[in-house]
Design a protein around this ligand. Structure first.
Ligand code: ARG
Length: 574
């Protein structure tokens, strides 16, 4: 599908070309500065220079000659100095945009740029036997938004949860479960029990070398594939996955794979071998295999006792993903504190000659702080875990919904509160550059007036409520004359709705869900202005009323699609 704004640009190029005054390869169309009352501009300098004429003269001649065909999206054409400014034809724009939103429905905004290509997105990636902390929360939310964005861009998207399910700490976890017994609970409570078992064993082990020995034995047994160790480990992995899944379900997340670090164990000897053979790494004097590349600090891929590390498994993971999925991009959504790790990882796989035709991208993000800017920490006891965070958000949203909509059934209020509470947590993570830290400021997060999910959901619900009322009054939308939508606030809203595909492309190119969040926020604001300035149900004529209702319907549709890209639900009422 070619959207209105794309057609507008083609129309401009065709119209300039049709004058025969400018060679096609010199026709470049730009977006003018906001203070220029036009939608696109042809800047004549370059072409004029090539043609050896005065740029202002060329622009003026073009303005006088251009004759767009009657169905073109081009409205006014004016020359100001060397600038040839084009405005959208207001009536044709209204008809085109509203029709394309209605026709595309849920698919409005999607494009096919990525067709035939694959991206792998590595996100969430919690560690087994631990609660998901804020780093994983952010990764989960940002990663899922990128999954939606790249799917909407037409890519095949593989979401892979790179679980931290391997490493020497499992020796202690298994030994502790054997010694003190397995956790009895489920969900995050079970993860908290496992953390406590680990801490207790670790403390006792410091004074008792027999315990240390025991942990080492379990670690070795696990590595050798001993059935007992393996099954205890598997039990622990399953328990952790069930705990994580409860949160994923609430956030609407489904991974395509959760291979986890353990999956790559068998590939590690060959990876180390290849790193040495390609001279990307070398064996140092005490026997460890290390790499020192691109002036980055030296790092280990095999310890001198033969053990492997997180990095080794990440190298194997890239090899596996390239062989299995043949992706154009692999995107890692991981905490900014691992920036160096990824620079080293990307450097070594390039040096090994693996990753030639793939873009390796680390999308880093900042931390979460309390509303007064305090960092969260387990030691300070103000740590935030995902399950509790979601419960808290939903409880607060419930209070809001109960106050605002007491007439809805308790079931409906519960469903809305879930959507609003979860939406608040997601939006708080996505509305700004991910590198910035985020705060948990509930008043702001749940405000229905500020830049929050609740405000956007409320705007959507308001549109839906107007449409319900219109249906009750028996208004026939088919009567609409869309060419009547020429009020400045109607035109601004329509132009903005037309920009969703553009926002999607920018969000993908910058790995930046906040571009979509911005688009949603501006949609809600432009809608608010329109609604204040233009009576809808009380419009002067039936044809205008129906046209405005179709604009309301298109706004609801587009906003819902924008929110879906962020992973936020849009309830019908609030
Ligand atoms: N499990 C790791 C952690 O909690 C994050 C893994 C990120 N993904 C990766 N391929 N390294 O720190």
């Amino acid at each position: 599908m070619r959207y209105a704004l794309e057609r507008f640009i083609t129309d401009i190029k065709d119209a300039i070309a049709a004058t025969g005054k400018v060679p096609v390869d010199l026709i470049e169309i730009t977006t003018p500065k906001p203070n220029i009352p036009a939608d696109r501009t042809f800047v004549a300098f370059k072409a004029a220079k090539a043609l050896r004429i005065d740029p202002a003269k060329l622009a003026a001649e073009l303005a006088a000659t251009i004759a767009p065909p009657p169905d073109s999206l081009i409205g006014e054409v004016t020359a100001t100095g060397a600038f040839l400014n084009f405005s959208l034809h207001p009536q044709r724009l209204a008809v085109a945009v509203l029709n394309e939103i209605e026709t595309a429905g849920e698919a409005y905004g999607t494009v096919a740029d990525g067709a035939g290509r694959t991206v792998v997105i590595d996100y969430s990636s919690p560690n087994i036997a631990k609660r998901m902390h804020v780093g994983h929360i952010r990764s989960t939310i940002i990663g899922q938004a990128l999954v939606h964005i790249f799917r909407a861009l037409g890519y095949r998207v593989i979401g892979d949860n790179h679980l931290g399910d391997w490493g020497t700490q499992f020796g202690i976890i298994l030994a502790a479960m054997q010694r003190y017994g397995r956790p009895q609970s489920e969900g995050e409570a079970a993860m908290a029990e496992l953390e406590a078992l680990y801490a207790r064993y670790n403390a006792e082990m410091n004074n008792d070398s027999a315990l240390e020995e025991e942990a080492r034995r379990w670690s070795l047994a696990l590595e050798r594939g001993d059935p007992e160790a393996r099954s205890l480990w598997q039990w622990c992995v399953d328990l952790s996955l069930r705990a994580a899944q409860r949160n994923y379900d609430r956030l609407g997340i489904r991974f395509d794979y959760a291979y986890g670090e353990s999956f790559y164990e068998a590939m590690l000897p060959e990876v180390i071998e290849e790193a040495l053979r390609s001279e990307a790494a070398f064996r140092d004097i005490d026997g460890a295999v290390v790499a020192e590349l691109d002036k980055l600090p030296k790092f280990i891929i095999q310890r001198n006792d033969g053990g492997t590390v997180y990095m080794t498994r990440d190298i194997a993971t890239i090899k596996f993903r390239l062989q299995t999925f043949n992706p154009s991009h692999i995107i890692y959504v991981v905490d900014a504190r691992q920036e160096l790790h990824f620079r080293q990882l990307f450097a070594i796989v390039r040096a090994m000659g693996y990753a030639r035709d793939v873009e390796l991208v680390h999308v880093p993000f900042g931390v979460i702080t309390t509303s007064d800017g305090q960092p969260l920490s387990t030691k300070k006891g103000n740590m935030v875990y995902l399950e509790a965070l979601l419960d808290d958000a939903v409880a607060r949203a419930r209070a809001l919904v109960d106050a605002k909509s007491p007439d809805l059934s308790p079931e409906e209020r519960a469903t809305i509160a879930e959507a609003v509470g979860i939406g608040a947590v997601i939006y708080n993570d996505l509305y700004q550059d991910p590198r910035r830290n985020i705060t948990l400021d509930w008043d702001r997060m749940l405000s229905i007036e500020g830049n929050s999910a609740a405000y956007l959901q409320y705007s959507h619900a308001r549109c839906r409520s107007i449409l319900r009322r219109a249906a009750d009054e028996g208004v026939a939308l088919a009567e609409a004359d869309l060419t009547l939508l020429t009020h400045p606030s109607e035109q601004r809203l329509i132009r903005h709705l037309a920009r969703l595909p553009e926002a999607l492309r920018e969000a993908g190119a910058r790995y930046a869900p906040f571009v979509i969040a911005d688009w949603c926020y501006t949609t809600a604001r432009e809608f608010g202005i329109f609604f204040e300035q233009c009576p809808v149900l009380r419009a002067e004529t039936p044809t205008l009323r129906a046209a405005r209702l179709r604009l309301v319907a298109a706004t609801a549709n587009a906003l819902r699609n924008g929110l879906a890209l962020l992973g936020i639900r849009a309830p019908e009422r609030m």
